[in-house]
Design a protein around this ligand. Structure first.
Ligand code: GLN
Length: 237
């Protein structure tokens, strides 16, 4: 590892790795390497402290019990919160939105305090939302529709400090406050999109890389990614 190596955090894949969201860290590493940048994935498990020195943080979805273990660990090891306060990008998928909020209520009715990086709370919906999700991004710097696969029971209610990531075109999204999806607050982005998200949405991957490196990246021409997007948008019709 050199000083100029981009360090991509994969946070708690041992408990928040159920839905393949670890692929987001792989996509970030690969797209950085394709630009000639040194990049490595730093896995932080329940056995580790969470450093505040990583360049970008990614967290994946989880089932309710595993999600609770992650919440406790991140409340006790607060490096990611310090990094977020310093403007480092954080990507939180599905259960991780809920963990990063003020609190969430599990499907069994238990209320669990989150770590408060997002001004939001989450409560169960009557039915689970499962299926293709397509949104129009609301984040400055993104112009391409976002594609993902949602699978959650929680409905996330945003407070005034949090903004949605997109407007829902297909699927459920946050499940309250109209057809909105995801959360953006400072440098922290949350979404219910699995897929993995960044394999389907290269513009968002490069947005995060630009934030993490402080540079603008040359575009990549990857026809297989275009093909994947076409297929997923067709599946949502
Ligand atoms: N357990 C949470 C829910 O059902 C999150 C699930 C997930 O991460 N896919 O809402």
């Amino acid at each position: 590892m050199t000083e100029s190596t981009l360090r991509i955090g994969l946070i708690l894949p041992d408990v928040m790795g159920t839905y393949g969201d670890g692929g987001n860290a792989l996509v970030l590493r690969q797209r950085a390497r394709m630009r000639g940048l040194d990049a490595e994935i730093v896995e932080i498990t329940l056995d580790d402290d969470v450093p505040d020195s990583l360049d970008v943080y990614t967290l994946g979805g989880a089932e309710d019990f595993a999600q609770r273990l992650a919440t406790r660990h991140l409340s006790q090891h607060t490096g990611m919160q310090r990094a977020a306060a310093a403007g480092r990008p954080v990507l939180a998928i599905c259960a991780a939105i809920q963990v990063l909020g003020h609190w969430y209520r599990t499907a069994a009715g238990e209320k669990v305090d989150g770590i408060g990086l997002f001004d939001c709370t989450t409560s169960p919906m009557a039915a689970r939302a499962i299926g293709e999700l397509v949104t129009t991004p609301l984040l400055d710097g993104l112009s391409q529709p976002l594609s993902g696969f949602e699978n959650h029971r929680g409905a996330t209610d945003l407070g005034s400090a949090a903004k949605p990531l997109g407007t829902v075109r297909h699927g459920t999204g946050n499940g309250v406050n109209g057809p909105v999806e995801g959360v953006v607050q400072g440098s922290v982005i949350g979404t219910y999109m699995h897929g993995p998200l960044l394999a389907r949405n290269p513009e968002l991957a490069d947005y995060l890389l630009a934030q993490a490196t402080g540079t603008t990246l040359a575009p990549l021409d990857l026809p297989e990614v275009d093909q994947l997007r076409r297929e997923r948008f067709a599946a949502a019709r």
